[in-house]
Every structure is written in structure tokens, then in C-alpha cells.
Design a binder for this molecule. Structure first.
Ligand code: NAP
Length: 233
């Protein structure tokens, strides 16, 4: 019998902006089919996708959620409740979003320290498995950073999640697109990657990412979050 080669999973991206288009290119280059959507009619992003992510399919958010095996959220965090939750049930969802007040406005609900922003996303998408990834690196670094496994100085990507299988799958994807995956803990612990932390914006090799994760609890931000959380327990 001939060997069957497993088809790569279809990657869906919600958000056709700076990060969504870069991630689309990275996944296409790594051999994954890519579907991508903005907030509206696909015709609004068709030309952008043709020029910036040639080979990807511009479609609607509902279609991405229906057809993709893995969906990346690359939209403003303040809009996370606009994603098609019911259609994402059962899907592995990668949360690349951050609270950025200049875009999202001042939102106390997103600036909480008792929970991470990815926990809020997971609570909303309660039928999906959420893993935080591709969130701490700026889009230019993401675009220019991919290197083959084992390359000296290869950049690393911290990822966090509550489901071990989902984390392992996302770690494989991170490696496939050109970065060393580093497990940063649970979604609750993913505050260490959020704005205000040393790792936010980090474009480091694995050892430096690991060292920054280890330092986090003793940093000003880590102490503040640790104190706020222990007050509640
Ligand atoms: N910029 C970075 O370097 C960077 C790095 C890592 C992570 N991030 C995070 O990634 C997210 C996206 O950042 P960005 O800089 O790429 O923003 P951006 O350039 O403003 O793009 C945002 C995209 O999200 C789309 N969108 C809004 N609501 C949507 C919905 N319900 N379904 C599908 N698409 C929707 C927008 O479409 P419309 O134009 O149609 O509204 C737009 O295409 C943010 O959470 C950000 O914090 C950014």
C-alpha cells in the first residue's frame, strides 16, 4: 500500500492587518493552506491579501471559523467578543492579541491583573482550546525572524496554555514557521507576556526568553501582579 502523507492543517486568521498578514505569509511559506478574514466583506481585503499574502484565500470570518483547523486571533483585543464563538467550538484557537490602549481605548475589563487577557478570551470561547502565541514579538521582527531549526541565534516564541496537547501542537507550528517554542506556563501565567512585562516586544533567542520568564515574578510588574493575586486568594 502506498504511504499516505498527512495534509497540513488549514490555518485560519481573523484579522488582516499587520500581524495577520505577516502570519499568513509565514504559514504559507511553511506549507500550510491559509484562510484570512477582516471584520467585513472579503472583497474589502481581497487586494491586500493578493499583494501581501499571495496564495492565501481572503474570505469571511464565519468561513474561516467553519473551515480552518486552527484559528489565529489577530484582531484588536477590544473586539474579541466579535469573533464567531459558536463556529469556533471545538477548534484550537491561537490568541496573538494584546491589550493596547491606543487602539482599544481605556478598558478596565482588559487591564485586569487578576486574570490574563488570554483567560478572558478562553472564558468567552469556552468551547475552544486557547493557546497564547505570536503575541510578544513585533510584526517586523516576526516577518524578518524565521530561521530553520538549529540555526545559531534562532529567535524564540513564548507560548502559554492550559491544554497540554494544544500547547504541543502550537509548539510544533511555532517551530514549523521558524521560531523556537518556549512554554511560558498556563493562560493564567501568560501575564508574563503581556504589555508592561520585559517579554512584551521581545525578539530574543530561547535562553534569553527563558531567563526573562524566570525573572518575571521579581520584576516590578511581576510583584504588582503577584500581590494583587495573593490578595484575592
Ligand atoms: N502590531 C504588532 O506588532 C503586534 C504584534 C503582536 C501582536 N499584536 C496584536 O495582534 C492584534 C492585531 O494587531 P495589528 O497590529 O495586526 O492590528 P491591525 O493592523 O489594526 O489589524 C487588525 C485587523 O483586525 C481586523 N478585525 C477587527 N475585528 C475583526 C473580526 N471580528 N474578525 C476578523 N477581523 C477583525 C481588522 O479588520 P477591519 O479593518 O475590517 O476592522 C484588521 O484587519 C492586536 O491584538 C495586537 O495587540 C500586534
Amino acid at each position: 500500500m502506498p504511504d499516505t502523507v498527512a495534509e497540513p492543517p488549514v490555518i485560519g486568521i481573523l484579522g488582516a492587518g499587520k500581524v495577520g498578514t505577516v502570519l499568513g505569509r509565514l504559514f504559507l511559506a511553511a506549507g500550510y493552506p491559509v484562510l484570512i478574514a477582516g471584520s467585513g466583506d472579503p472583497s474589502r481585503i481581497a487586494l491586500t491579501i493578493e499583494v501581501l499574502v499571495p496564495g492565501a484565500v481572503a474570505t469571511s470570518a464565519d468561513d474561516v471559523a467553519r473551515r480552518a483547523d486552527i484559528v489565529i486571533l489577530a484582531l484588536p483585543l477590544g473586539k474579541y467578543r466579535s469573533v464567531p464563538r459558536d463556529l469556533l467550538e471545538g477548534t484550537l484557537v491561537i490568541d496573538a492579541m494584546n491589550y493596547w490602549w491606543e487602539v482599544d481605548g481605556i478598558r478596565d475589563d482588559l487591564a485586569r491583573v487578576d486574570v490574563s487577557s488570554s483567560e478572558l478570551v478562553q472564558r468567552f470561547l469556552n468551547g475552544s482550546r486557547v493557546v497564547k502565541a505570536f503575541s510578544h514579538m513585533g510584526y517586523h521582527d516576526l516577518d524578518e525572524g524565521p530561521q530553520p531549526a538549529g540555526a545559531p541565534g534562532r529567535r524564540a516564541m513564548a507560548i502559554a496554555g492550559d491544554d497540554d496537547d494544544a500547547l504541543a501542537e502550537v509548539a510544533r507550528l511555532v517551530d514549523a514557521v521558524g521560531f523556537d517554542p518556549v512554554i511560558a506556563g498556563t493562560l493564567h501565567e501568560s501575564v508574563s507576556l503581556q504589555p508592561g512585562s520585559e517579554l512584551f516586544g521581545a525578539n530574543f533567542p530561547r535562553a534569553d526568553i527563558e531567563a526573562a520568564l524566570e525573572r518575571f515574578p521579581a520584576t516590578e510588574r511581576g510583584v504588582l501582579i503577584g500581590a494583587a493575586r495573593s490578595d484575592q486568594s
